[in-house]
Design a protein around this ligand. Structure first.
Ligand SMILES: C[S@@+](CC[C@H](N)C(=O)[O-])C[C@H]1O[C@@H](n2cnc3c(N)ncnc32)[C@H](O)[C@@H]1O
Length: 289
């Protein structure tokens, strides 16, 4: 069987299975079976495959057809230009979350010097860290910033620690705790992608064999359960002038903006992604509450 024929067979099998991109999924899975990247697969359409590669590829396609994310099958997901190791301990990083990183980077103060004195350390905390993709990206993009991570899942925290070490070549302070209970302020920025999927949608997603952790998705009946505690705890942990940036579901902008305002945040903004969907809410802690 040629690469071309295998891709046709695999993408055909994935057509009706709920995959949004059957051909690309098939190319990634064939690349995984062959130990090469997707571009190499696409550049070798006429090549013949050996029987064991075809067998491995068909097994991966069967897993994908049962709803398992491609990222769990291949063991990684690209996020902000870096490759994160992922498995069912953690949510698969979403491209949408890159906007949270963009907003976070724009809110971080520059490295500041007080007079001719010492450099002041800028501090950032990534709560609900999961794979670590948000906090590790910030640490990679701004090596001068002291980044810490937290999550309520010990298994997710292990994954985040491994990604930090693998991608940064150094550990990040990663702590176990509910919401922000493990974080030690004051911070210039707190960033969070909490579970915000409605209970009903979470149930539906998990019934398709998605396999992501329920606690990474389920935000309660309206998806908004975690925001009041997150906003209140963040306000107390931020330095004066510090900021909070949180990811939201596209219908949640007004509700989450109201939560931040009632926790005392000023300058609250809802940020839309390139498709025009609300994706992030940010606010600042000013000197007077
Ligand atoms: C939506 S995932 C985000 C993961 C990652 N930051 C990302 O953007 O891909 C939410 C994470 O919050 C964690 N979590 C759920 N409830 C929590 C809670 N009450 N306190 C702290 N972490 C929690 C889950 O374990 C999961 O890793």
């Amino acid at each position: 069987m040629t690469v071309r024929a295998a891709l046709a067979e695999g993408s055909g099998a994935l057509e009706g299975s709920g995959s949004g991109s059957p051909f690309l999924d098939a190319a990634l899975l064939l690349g995984h079976a062959l130990g090469v990247d997707r571009d190499r697969v696409l550049a070798s359409m006429p090549d013949e495959l050996d029987a064991s590669s075809v067998e491995a590829f068909r097994a991966f396609v069967a897993r994908r057809s049962s709803g398992e994310p491609v990222a769990y099958i291949v063991g990684y997901k690209e996020f902000y230009g870096r490759r994160y190791t992922v498995d069912p301990r953690v949510l698969v990083p979403r491209p949408d979350t890159e906007l949270l990183v963009e907003v976070a980077l724009s809110l971080l103060p520059p490295v500041s010097r007080t007079g001719g004195g010492p450099v002041r350390t800028v501090r950032c905390h990534d709560a609900f860290t999961g794979s670590g993709c948000v906090g590790v990206t910030i640490a990679a993009e701004r090596p001068d910033v002291e980044v810490s991570l937290s999550d309520a899942s010990p298994a997710a925290l292990e994954a985040a620690r491994a990604n930090a070490l693998g991608l940064l070549g150094r550990p990040l302070d990663a702590r176990l705790g509910d919401v922000l209970s493990a974080a030690v302020g004051p911070f210039d920025l707190i960033v969070a992608n909490p579970p915000y999927v409605t209970r009903e949608l979470t149930d539906r997603l998990l019934s398709t064999g998605d396999g992501e952790p329920r606690m990474a998705l389920d935000g309660g009946e309206l998806g908004l359960d975690i925001y009041p505690a997150l906003a209140a705890q963040a306000f107390d942990l931020l330095a004066d002038g510090g900021s909070l940036a949180v990811e939201i579901g596209e219908e949640q902008g007004p509700a989450v903006a109201a939560v931040l305002e009632s926790a005392g945040f000023g300058g609250v903004r809802v940020h839309a992604d390139l498709a025009g969907s609300d994706r992030v809410v940010s606010g600042g802690r000013h000197a007077v509450r």
